[in-house]
Design a protein around this ligand. Structure first.
Ligand SMILES: [Zn+2]
Length: 371
């Protein structure tokens, strides 16, 4: 049962954005008592060691031999695999949640992909969400110049806006607008001195942490994408509330967010083939995809999510959460316009309905995935 798996939260944020301050605060909170904290300290000032020494023995694992996103992903797999017996007493696991703190320069995508797809992890854990700290006093410049920071913000399920007390109010407003356009559905919290309630960082995934029932509306939050489209007009998909057109180097880093709503039930072979094609052709620039799909012949909706070229295994929910049975797909992309995605899907559906091979081989996939 996916709802009984241990949730894993990825805490990320650029150098100096207050990530460690947040974690230092969090680990003092009783709400984090049964949380395993994995810290990737690699060439950075890490968690307060004086504080760590006051924590229960078995609640913090330091991984310092490399960077989680590139060199030691295998170590993360074995750490999570072994944690079950390493941190148990009398056969009882001592933790029911995991927080992984990345380095400031880490790319969250490969770590999330590992959490979503490696069997020894997915048998026991489920990826809950990405939490990203953003320093309000200098994030504009960081987002302009550091692609890693922009990606961390774009991939987040929750944005912790730090140092709000030190930033100019006008700058805070401008930055919040920019973040809204980059990533409209992320929960946004202003944080002073790292003080944040643990509950606000958790329960970001599909399952409501209290009821263990899928909460599709909160998880998908497509309203936020639709609102952002309305607020920013036709070009919102590639805008970020900011004028950077003079800087050609930024061209490839344009992050946009949008939502597709499809009225008709879909053929499961078609949607699988189309998604696989999109991810193989332009997965690098598909930072996040989430969706709920009405597929012919299924009583409940299919839930999909993906990070760049990797998709989480599709999951069927037992029932629709509401009378709205439309398929909804939300995208956060880098330099891929909503119109491009719509046109691709439209062409794919037409070719499929006419029994033709699509320009890039839908016919082959179709035979491989009969419905
Ligand atoms: Zn790395």
């Amino acid at each position: 049962m996916p709802e009984s798996l241990i949730p894993v939260t990825l805490l990320t944020g650029f150098l100096g954005s207050g990530k460690t301050t947040v974690l230092n605060h969090l680990v003092r909170r009783p709400g984090l008592a049964r949380t395993l904290v994995i810290i990737n300290e690699f060439g950075e000032v890490g968690l307060d060691h004086l504080l760590m020494s006051r924590l229960p023995d078995d609640s913090v694992v330091e991984m310092s031999s490399g960077c989680l996103c590139c060199t030691i992903r295998g170590d993360l797999v074995s750490t999570l695999k072994d944690a079950h017996w390493r941190f148990s007493r009398g056969g009882e696991s001592q933790f029911d949640r995991v927080v992984i703190e990345t380095t400031g320069l880490a790319d969250p995508a490969p770590i999330v992909q590992t959490l979503m797809t490696v069997g020894v992890i997915t048998r026991r854990y489920r990826f809950d969400g990405v939490v990203t700290t953003v320093d309000l006093t200098n994030a504009e410049r960081t987002l302009d110049t550091q692609p890693e920071a922009l990606k961390q913000a774009a991939m987040a399920d929750c944005l912790l806006l730090t140092k709000a007390d030190l930033a100019e109010p006008a700058a805070v407003t401008a930055l919040e607008q920019r973040l809204l356009a980059i990533n409209p559905s992320a929960r946004r919290l202003r944080v002073h001195n790292g003080a944040v309630a643990p509950d606000s960082l958790f329960g970001l995934g599909l399952f409501d942490p209290a009821t263990k029932i899928p909460d599709v509306a909160r998880w998908l939050n497509e309203e936020a994408f639709l609102d952002a489209q309305d607020a920013h007009g036709h070009d919102a998909h590639l805008g970020h509330g900011h004028h950077h057109d003079h800087d050609l180097n930024r061209h490839d880093e344009r992050i946009g967010a949008f939502c597709l709503v499809l009225d008709q039930p879909l053929d499961s072979g078609l949607i699988d083939a189309w998604l696989d094609q999109q991810l193989s052709l332009c997965g690098r620039d598909m930072l996040r995809i989430k969706g709920i799909l009405n597929v012919q012949g299924r009583s409940g909706p299919l839930v999909i999510q993906g990070v760049q070229h990797v998709r989480h295994p599709t999951m069927e929910l037992p029932a629709w959460p509401s009378d709205d049975r439309r398929s909804k797909l939300v995208f956060i992309t880098r330099g891929i316009a909503r119109e491009t995605i719509e046109a691709s899907l439209g062409a794919f559906i037409n070719a499929w309905q006419q029994g033709e091979t699509s320009p890039v081989g839908a016919g082959k996939d179709r035979q491989a995935n009969p419905t």
